[in-house]
Design a protein around this ligand. Structure first.
Ligand code: ATP
Ligand code: MG
Length: 449
């Protein structure tokens, strides 16, 4: 377990009193070098040998203290990017606004950042009218300044390679112990600087099974509309972390409670309290979580297709009524509208919108199985995703869809002759009335338009 914070001392930064800082020596915490990747250790040691400060920071430290396996190890140092480049042959500098060093070890990339200064207290920092930080690129010599510009106290813990201690500038150890997500500094100001922190608060609460501290939670509902100012491409990246990392269902529910989901998916808002629509969304989220947790392939296209299906269905019905277009055309028009609207908020890359359309289009085709149609559908590259989708709809939309899903389930289990038998069985089930005209069809004149 995490040891008690010792050695409290009050520090002064820029003439103002800051959070109490603490140093937790090696024998009072559980992070061992064995838990840190060899490549990250190599980078830390080389920086340290060259006379620089070097720390592991962020999710790596937090997760190790919690006994979890970190996704990656981020390093910070007082060395500037050009200094870092001189130390490592395998180093690439990336990022225009704020330069970072990537140290490459084959496919493993260790990210090294130079300390950044806090702009929160800097009245000259460039901000939008809403208080959003437009630039955040001042280097700093001070690890403490770097700590105070981070988001949550649990993300501002530093593992010091010089003596294997942990440095805690913002009360992160206590927050970890009490399982509390708390922003550093004044919550409303920190959300205004970067509204994505609202999404991050939810994400860490569900991933780490912690509570958002009341002061950190209180402003979210009111400030949720600030998410509208975040570029759609960044929101897509955040959505992947929220919905494709094993905690999608919990995140969805918490985001909806805080009014954040309605900013990410405005078209879903009217359907969140509709029992059937909500159930389909939650089934898809749960299905994705299970797949992620068991390392099965999963695509955000399947999830987005399910979240937006109720919206699509109603939109297509409206178009049908308004225009009298054939059903297929109405659906295609509705798909364009629904996806265009959604992509203005979250920039879903084209490779996924293509798959979403395919999954949707196949829903309209899966009941058309006569002749060789079933065979052709079965060979479609998206058949499996479309079938899984149909099964899920069967759970929600009732008997007819459920029976169709069961038919396809059986089809997949059969050999070739069994499949032929299933297809011919379709006509028998429909009775002689419908068979008659089918028999006549081959004799119909070829020239007819
Ligand atoms: P994960 O396990 O999801 O990677 P993480 O805490 O490592 O969690 P990252 O997005 O990788 O999250 O960010 C690394 C660190 O950078 C964070 O721990 C935090 O200290 C800092 N950070 C990231 N995003 C922000 C932000 N929007 N505002 C302030 N600090 C941030
Ligand atoms: Mg990380």
């Amino acid at each position: 377990m995490i040891s008690r914070v010792i050695d409290f001392c009050r520090r002064m930064v820029g003439g103002k009193e800051s959070e109490p800082s603490a140093v937790i020596p090696r024998d009072e915490h559980n992070i061992s070098r064995k838990d840190i990747s060899d490549n990250a250790l190599k980078v830390l040691y080389r920086l340290n040998k060259a006379g620089y400060e070097a720390y592991l920071v962020g999710g790596g430290v937090r997760d190790l203290l919690l006994g979890l396996h970190p996704k990656d190890f981020d390093i910070v140092t007082n060395a500037h990017p050009d200094d870092i480049k001189k130390l490592f042959r395998n180093c690439r500098l990336v990022g225009r606004r704020f330069r970072l060093a990537h140290i490459l070890f084959g496919r493993d990339v260790i990210e090294v950042a130079t300390f950044r200064g806090s702009l929160t207290d800097n009245p000259d920092a460039a901000r939008s009218e809403e208080g959003m930080l437009l630039r955040d690129n001042a280097y700093s010599d001070s690890v403490e300044e770097d700590a105070l510009r981070r988001d949550f106290s649990i993300n501002a813990l530093y593992y010091n390679i010089a003596d294997y201690s942990i440095v805690d500038f913002a009360g992160g150890m206590q927050a970890l112990e009490e399982r509390r997500i708390e922003l550093i500094g004044d919550p409303a100001t920190r959300y205004r600087e970067d509204p994505v922190r609202m999404l991050r608060a939810v994400r860490f609460a569900t991933k780490l099974d912690m509570d958002i501290a009341p002061d950190t939670a209180n402003p979210i509902r009111e400030l949720a509309p600030l998410l509208d100012d975040i570029p759609a491409a960044r929101l897509f990246e955040e959505c992947l972390k929220l919905f494709m990392a094993g905690h999608g269902l919990d995140n969805f529910r918490m985001l909806a409670d805080y009014g954040l989901l309605q900013r990410l998916f405005p078209s879903l808002a009217p359907y969140l309290d509709d029992a059937k629509a909500r159930r389909l969304m939650e089934l898809a989220l749960d299905n994705t979580d299970q797949r992620v947790r068991t390392d099965q392939k999963s695509t955000p296209a399947f999830l987005f297709a399910a979240l937006l299906w109720p919206v699509l269905d109603i939109r297509a019905q409206d178009i049908l009524l308004e225009s009298g277009l054939p059903s297929n055309d109405a659906y295609q028009l509705a798909m364009n509208e629904v996806l265009d609207d959604q992509c203005r908020r979250i920039a879903i890359p084209r490779r996924f919108t293509t798959t979403i359309r395919e999954i949707w289009t196949l829903q309209l085709r899966l009941d058309k199985r006569a002749g060789r149609r079933a065979e052709r559908l079965f060979e479609h590259p998206r058949f499996r995703a479309a079938f899984d989708f149909l099964e899920m709809r069967g759970e929600v939309e009732g008997k007819e869809i459920k029976a169709l899903a069961q038919w396809w389930q059986q089809y997949q289990l059969e050999d070739e002759s069994g499949r032929r038998h299933l297809v011919s069985g379709l006509f028998e089930a429909k009775g002689p009335k419908r068979r008659k005209p089918r028999k006549r069809r081959p004799r119909a004149p070829q020239t007819q338009a």
